[in-house]
Design a protein around this ligand. Structure first.
Ligand code: CA
Length: 225
C-alpha cells in the first residue's frame, strides 16, 4: 500500500514516513499544497494523509480538486485540535476520516487499517487472503497453512499489489510506480526479477496460486483448478 503525506511541518512529515515504513507501508512526503495536488492526482497512491493548513494550496482545496477529478483515493485530513468547522468542511468535501493534531501513532495506524478494511482488502487486521494463501502484512510471512515463507519488502509489496488487483491485469508500469516511485530508474527487468522470486516462493509453498504473464501488458494472480 502506497501512502502520500502532504504536510508542511517537515519533522512531522518525515516522522510519519518512518513510522509508515516501519509498518510495511510505502510512504512519500511532500511539503506544499501544489506538490500535494500533483501527487494526489497521479493516481498511484492508495491513501492520502492531508494537512489542511499548507503553503501554496490548502488541504480542503486539494481534496475538492481530487474529488472533482474523480480521484476516489481515501483521504485522512489532519485538522487543528478542536477546530470543529475544519472537520465538518473536510468531511463535506469528501474526506474519509480526520485526525486532530497532535495524534498518537497508534491511532493513525488504526485509521489507516480501518480505511483499507472499508475498501474490502484486508480480511482481519493484518491478513490478506487469496486462493489458498494468506499474507501477513506485518510479519511479511506468506503461508498456505502447511508451510510458510518470509517475503522481502519488495516481494511483499508486489504480492500485495497483485492481491488488491486480483481480477485485473496489473501493468508493469504500474508495478514500477507503486514499488519504486515515479522518478525511479527501475525498469521492466526489475519487475521480472521480483516476479520470479515470488513465483519461486509460491512454488515452495506448493500453492495453487500462481502469477500468470499477460504478454506485452503485465501480470495477474490466478488460482489453479
Ligand atoms: Ca500545516
Amino acid at each position: 500500500m502506497r501512502i502520500l503525506i502532504v504536510e508542511d511541518e517537515v519533522h512531522l512529515a518525515e516522522a510519519l514516513v518512518q513510522i509508515l515504513k516501519k509498518n510495511n507501508y510505502t510512504a512519500d512526503a511532500v511539503y506544499d499544497g501544489e506538490e500535494g495536488l500533483d501527487n494526489a492526482l497521479s493516481g498511484i497512491y492508495d491513501l492520502v494523509i492531508l494537512d489542511i493548513m499548507l503553503p501554496k494550496m490548502d488541504g480542503i482545496s486539494i481534496l475538492k480538486k481530487m474529488r472533482k477529478e474523480r480521484i476516489s483515493t481515501p483521504v485522512i485530513l489532519l485538522t487543528a485540535k478542536g477546530d470543529v468547522s475544519d472537520k465538518v468542511i473536510g468531511l463535506d468535501s469528501g474526506a474519509d476520516d480526520y485526525l486532530a493534531k497532535p495524534f498518537a501513532t497508534e491511532e493513525l495506524l488504526a485509521r489507516i487499517r480501518a480505511l483499507s478494511r472499508r475498501k474490502g482488502e484486508v480480511i482481519n487486521e493484518n491478513i490478506l487472503e487469496f486462493g489458498d494463501i494468506e499474507l501477513n502484512t506485518s510479519s511479511l510471512k506468506l503461508t498456505n497453512s502447511i508451510k510458510d515463507v518470509k517475503l522481502t519488502l519488495k516481494e511483499y509489496e508486489l504480492l500485495e499489489l497483485l492481491i488488491m488487483r486480483k481480477n485485473v491485469v496489473t501493468p508493469k508500469e504500474l508495478i514500477i510506480e507503486k514499488l519504486w516511485g515515479f522518478d525511479s530508474q527501475a525498469e521492466y527487468n526489475n519487475v521480472e526479477v521480483y516476479v520470479s522470486f515470488l513465483r519461486k516462493k509460491l512454488q515452495y509453498l506448493e500453492s495453487k496460486v500462481y502469477i500468470s504473464t499477460i504478454r506485452g501488458v503485465g501480470y495477474m494472480l490466478e488460482v489453479k483448478d
